[in-house]
Each structure stands twice: as C-alpha cells, then as structure tokens.
Design a binder for this molecule. Sequence first.
Ligand SMILES: [Fe+2]
Length: 263
Amino acid sequence: MTTKPSDAPWADEPFKLIATPSKRLDDHHAYVHCASEMTHSHNVIIRGLNAIIQQAPHVPDSTDPSYNAQDVNDLLFYTQSWAKMLAQHHSVEETYIFPDLKKLSGDSFMMDDALHQHELFHDGLEKLLAYVSSTEPGDYRRDAPGGMKDIIDSFSKDLTDHLYAEIDEILGMGNLDSAGLRQVWDQAEKVAKANGNLGMLYDVFPCVLGCADKTCEGGNTFPPLPGVVLYAVKYWFASGNGAWRFNPCDLWGQPRPLTFVPQ
Ligand SMILES: [Fe+2]
C-alpha cells in the first residue's frame, strides 16, 4: 500500500496508514467518497506524526556536542505546523461536519463517539502546541521527563485509534441519503477553504502538501487545491524554511527518503 522510497524507515510506521476505501469498494453511494477523502486527510496526519517520531531522535539537543540550533528550530516549527494542522482538522469536523451529519441523519447522537475521542487527545495536543511554540532551541529536550517525546507519547495512541475509528464510522453511513451526505461534505470543504487564513500558507499548507503522498495506492489528487496555490506555497510561502526538510514527501506529493534518519 505504501510507496516507501527506500528500505530506510519511512513515514508509514510506527503508526499504520489507512487503506483507501474507494480502491476496494464498488459502490457509488457518497459514503465511499467521504470515507476516502477522510482517509487521505487522516493519512496526512499519520505520516506527519510518523515523520516526527522517526526523525526527532536524530536531531541532537544542546546537551550533545553535535547540536545544531537551526535543526532543532526547524524541528520545533515542523512539529508546531503539524499540531496546528491537526487542530484545524478537528475544528472543522466539530464545527461543521458533525452537526450537519446529525441534522442529515436525524440522530442527535451521531458522531458523539468521535467527539469523545477528540476529548481524549485534546489536552495532549494543547500541551504539545504550547511546548513547541514556547521552547527555545537551546532549551529543547526530547527525552527528558516532560520533554517532547513524553508529550507525544501521552496522546498518539488515542489520536491514531480515533483516526482509524472515524473511517469505520463513515463507512457505516450507507443508510443515509447519498446526495445529502455528499452535500454535507462539499459544503464542509468549501467552508474549510474559506476559513483558512494567510498564516496557514506559511505553516499548515506546506505540512499538508509534504505529507500527502500522491502516489499512494496507485495515485490520488489529495489535497484538492488549485495549481496556483501549490505553486505559491512551493515558491513563496514555504520557500527558505528548513522545517520542510522533515516532510516525508516533496511539496508535489512525491515520497522521498526521510532527511534525519540514518540511510
Ligand atoms: Fe477526521
């Protein structure tokens, strides 16, 4: 399923990627489209998390003679961008997608499991955001108690369990009105794009693009962004920022070996 670029460890582990439903389900109901788009988003989040977990151990902190402040600075910025991307994903779900699904289904409890799962990793994510936003490279510690590893370990299992479970929940929506479900999805996509801000072009967008493997399982077109945005991110907003060295793909979605692992 993965298009790992070499035998070295890559962003398809330790947390497994999700198989795209549309590649195996022959059903024209909208739930297949929705579950597949959500799978692409979740795999972006999982690749980013795996890229951090795989590469952070090879970025020495200031207690190590081979410490490089720029590398640590870039790792902190990359992790911050990933955390912002994750927070944005769940905010769109909670604000738009879940309430609309409740309305469409007439079931006021629909997606409550997902909401509960969000709560399980919310505090850990907030802690990580605070840590990477306020820590100076010289003070960064990965392995010390309360350091970045501890914080990520405290919520990564709850997060990935949720990312897998939500796809299964959407795969169970074949009983909903197909056109109505597609409308909820298309509307959420529009609103998410409209709610994006300029700042996200400098952090969230390059992280999404560099974690979206466009060659996965025979190819896909996620994220659905116009070419002009891709060029603007690549040649303007992401330009000159070393944090994108931590991305597992280039900004065109082509997998590449991880920069900070022994090859
Ligand atoms: Fe999701």
